[in-house]
Design a protein around this ligand. Structure first.
Ligand code: DGT
Ligand code: CA
Ligand code: CA
Length: 572
C-alpha cells in the first residue's frame, strides 16, 4: 500500500506537535513542521521519487536524517518516533493543543497536573472549575476552553480541497487504468472546487458496471468497504476520507454528471426548470414522458432547458440559473489570466528559495512580474526584516532585475499591522517599495470594533496597496478573527486599497462569499500564492478556484493586468 505525501506530512505535523508539548528543542520541532510543508508542496509522490532513485535530502529543509526517516515510512507505513511519542503522550493532546489559547506549554500542564488526556477529560476538568487553579489558567481560559469544546460538537469532519485532490487524482488514475473505454470523473463538491469536501464522488461510464465496482473496492488505499453493489459502492480510504461510486451508461453520462456534481440546491432548481416544460430531470436524463430528450452531455441538458452552460463552481443556487437563462453568466477568471504573483517569500525571511530562484520560477510559469514581500520585523518567528535588512534586500532585487529580460521583480513587503493599526516600518523605507501588502499576524482576539478600526487605520496610509488574508482564518484550524468585513470592503473602496484572496489552500482568505461582496462593491482583488518556495507558486490555482466560486472575472483582479497597468493600480 503506497504511503501518500499527505500521510507523511500529517505524521510529521503530529510529531512536531507532540515534541513541542514534550518540551523538545524548538529547532527540532520546526524541522518537522518545515519538512511537512515541503512534502505537502511536492508535485510528485515521495514514493515514486524514491522508486526513481531520487535523493530526498536534496529537497530544501530535508537533511540526511529526515530523508532516511521518510524512506523508512514509505517502506513500513510506520514512524517509530511518532509511535513512541504517542505512547508517552496518549489521547487527544494534538487536538487539545489546537484549541485557541492552549499552546503546548499549557497542554503539558493539563497533562501532568490535571491528568487531561482526551477532549472529554478536558471538558470535565473545565466544567468542574479545576483548571483555573493551574498556573497561567484562570476562569477566562476555562471559559474559552468550554466555548471551543461546545463549538466542536456536531462539526462534521471535512477535508481540505488540496488534500482531497491528491486522493482523488490517484484514485481516478487507478480506476482509469481499469479500461481506456471507461470515462472516470470526480464529481461532487470536489468538482465544484469547494474549499473543503465531505466525501469524494466518482462517476464512471461503462457497459459492464460490475467490473468497475469490483475494481473500485479493490483499490489498495481502501481501508473499509461500506457497500458494494453492481452499480454503486462506498468505501472509506486509509486517510479516513469516504468515496462513493456510481456507474452509468454513456447515454446518461451528462445527466448523471450534473446530478452528482450538485450542488443539491442547484439540482433542485434545475428540476424546477424542467418541470416548467412538463419534463422530468433525473440522473438518467431529461425526459418528455418516457422519451429521453437529453442526457449524454451536461451541455445538452442545459441547452434543452434554455440555459447557458453553468460552470461547476457556480452551481450553488446563488442566482446562476437566472443568469444562465438571461445569457448573462460571468466570464469567470482562469489561471491563464494571471500575469504575476503579488505575495511571496524568500530566504530573507521564512521562504526557502532565493529572490533569483523565485523570479526564475515565476518567469517559467509565464508570469511578467513577481512581488517579493517578505515579513517585516515585528514577525520575529519568521525573522522579519528591519529597515536595514530590507534595504539590503532591495539592492539584491536590483541586481536580479539587471539580469532579467521581460520580467520584473517588484519590491515589496508583507508589512505587519500593529495592534493599534500603526505600521511596522517607517514611511522612509516604505516609500522605496513598489507594493506594500499589509497583514494582521497577532492580536487575533481583539474585539470586533477594535479589529476593524485597526485594519482601516492601516488602510489610511497611502503606502498600503493590499490587505493580505483579511480575516486570518485557517481552514479547519482557526476561525476568522472578529472583524466587520463589510466595513473593510467599504473602507477599501473609499481609499482605493485592494484586498487579497490569499491562495494558500489552508487560508483561501477572502473566501468566496466575501470575494463576491468585494467585487459587487467595486473593490479589486489580488489573487496571490503567499508562496514560501518555488513549487508553491502553483497554489495560486486554489485561489482561482475560490475566485471562480465568488463569480470573479479577470477585470476584478489586479494581477491579471500587464505590468504598466498594474503599477498604475498600485498608486493611491
Ligand atoms: P460534500 O460531499 O458534503 O462536500 O458535498 P457534495 O455536494 O459532494 O454532496 P454529496 O457527496 O452528499 O452528494 C454529491 C452530489 O449528489 C450532490 O452535490 C448532489 C447530489 N445529491 C446527493 N443527494 C441528493 C438529493 O437528495 N437530491 C438531489 N437533487 N441531489 C442529491
Ligand atoms: Ca461529496
Ligand atoms: Ca457523496
Amino acid at each position: 500500500m503506497p504511503v501518500l505525501n499527505a500521510e507523511i506530512a500529517a505524521m510529521f505535523d503530529q510529531t512536531a506537535e507532540l515534541l513541542e508539548i514534550d518540551g523538545a528543542n524548538p529547532f527540532r520541532v520546526r524541522a518537522y513542521r518545515r519538512a511537512a510543508r515541503v512534502i505537502d508542496a511536492l508535485p510528485q509522490s515521495v514514493e515514486s521519487m524514491l522508486a526513481a532513485g531520487k535523493d530526498l535530502s536534496e529537497l530544501p529543509g530535508i537533511g540526511k536524517d529526515l530523508a532516511g526517516k521518510i524512506a523508512e515510512i514509505v517502506r513500513t507505513a510506520k514512524f517509530p518516533l511518532l509511535e513512541s511519542l504517542k505512547r508517552k503522550l496518549p489521547g487527544d493532546l494534538v487536538e487539545i493543543a489546537g484549541i485557541p489559547g492552549l499552546g503546548p506549554k499549557r497542554v503539558k500542564l493539563l497533562f501532568t497536573r490535571a491528568r487531561v488526556r482526551t477532549l472529554e477529560d478536558l471538558r470535565r476538568a473545565a466544567r468542574s472549575g479545576r483548571l483555573r487553579r493551574l498556573e497561567g489558567f484562570g476562569p477566562k481560559v476555562e471559559q474559552n476552553i468550554l466555548a471551543a469544546l461546545a463549538k466542536r460538537v456536531g462539526t462534521e469532519k471535512r477535508t481540505k480541497l488540496s488534500v482531497a485532490e491528491g486522493e482523488a487524482d490517484a484514485f481516478v488514475r487507478y480506476l482509469q487504468a481499469g479500461s481506456p473505454r471507461w470515462r472516470v470523473v470526480a464529481a461532487g463538491s470536489f468538482r465544484r472546487r469547494r474549499e473543503t469536501v465531505g466525501d469524494l464522488d466518482f462517476l464512471v461510464t461503462a457497459s459492464n458496471a460490475r467490473a468497475v465496482a469490483d475494481r473500485f473496492v479493490g483499490y489498495e488505499n481502501v481501508a473499509e468497504v461500506r457497500t458494494h453493489g453492481p452499480e454503486r459502492a462506498t468505501v472509506i480510504l486509509r486517510s479516513g476520507l469516504q468515496a462513493d461510486l456510481r456507474v452509468v451508461h454513456d447515454a446518461s453520462y451528462g445527466a448523471a454528471l450534473l446530478y452528482f456534481t450538485g450542488s443539491k440546491p442547484h439540482n433542485i432548481a434545475l428540476r424546477g426548470v424542467a418541470n416548467e416544460h412538463d419534463w422530468k430531470l433525473n440522473e438518467y436524463g431529461l425526459f418528455a414522458g418516457n422519451r429521453r430528450i437529453a442526457g449524454a452531455t451536461e451541455e445538452d441538458v442545459y441547452r434543452k432547458l434554455g440555459l447557458d452552460f453553468v460552470p461547476p463552481e457556480l452551481r450553488e443556487d446563488r442566482g446562476e440559473i437566472d443568469r444562465a437563462r438571461a445569457r448573462r453568466l460571468p466570464r469567470l477568471i482562469t489561471l491563464a489570466d494571471i500575469r504575476g504573483d503579488l505575495h511571496t517569500h524568500t530566504k530573507w525571511t521564512d521562504g526557502n528559495a532565493t529572490v533569483a530562484e523565485m523570479a526564475g520560477a515565476a518567469k517559467a510559469r509565464g508570469y511578467e512580474y513577481l512581488a517579493v514581500t517578505d515579513h517585516s520585523r515585528k514577525v520575529t518567528v519568521a525573522h522579519g526584516l528591519d529597515p536595514r535588512q530590507l534595504s539590503r534586500q532591495l539592492d539584491e532585487i536590483d541586481r536580479v532585475n539587471d539580469k532579467l529580460d521581460h520580467f520584473v521583480v517588484l519590491k515589496g513587503i508583507e508589512l505587519d499591522i500593529l495592534p493599534d493599526g500603526r505600521l511596522d516600518l517607517p514611511d522612509m523605507i516604505l516609500s522605496r517599495l513598489d507594493i506594500v501588502v499589509a497583514a494582521v499576524h497577532s492580536g487575533f482576539d481583539l474585539p470586533r470594533e477594535k479589529q476593524t478600526a485597526r485594519v482601516i487605520r492601516a488602510m489610511d496610509s497611502r503606502r498600503v496597496s493590499i490587505i493580505a488574508h483579511p480575516t486570518g482564518r485557517l481552514i479547519g484550524e482557526r476561525d476568522p478573527y472578529e472583524i466587520d468585513i463589510e466595513r473593510i470592503i467599504e473602507a477599501a473602496r473609499e481609499r482605493g486599497c485592494h484586498l487579497e484572496l490569499n491562495a494558500q489552500p489552508d487560508r483561501l482568505d477572502l473566501n468566496e462569499v466575501h470575494a463576491r461582496a468585494a467585487k459587487e462593491a467595486g473593490v479589486k482583488l489580488a489573487i496571490s500564492s503567499d508562496a514560501h518556495s518555488t513549487a508553491t507558486l502553483d497554489w495560486v490555482r486554489f485561489g482561482i478556484d475560490q475566485a471562480r466560486r465568488g463569480w470573479i472575472e479577470p477585470d476584478d483582479v489586479i494581477n491579471t493586468r500587464p505590468l504598466a497597468a498594474l503599477r498604475k493600480s498600485l498608486k493611491r
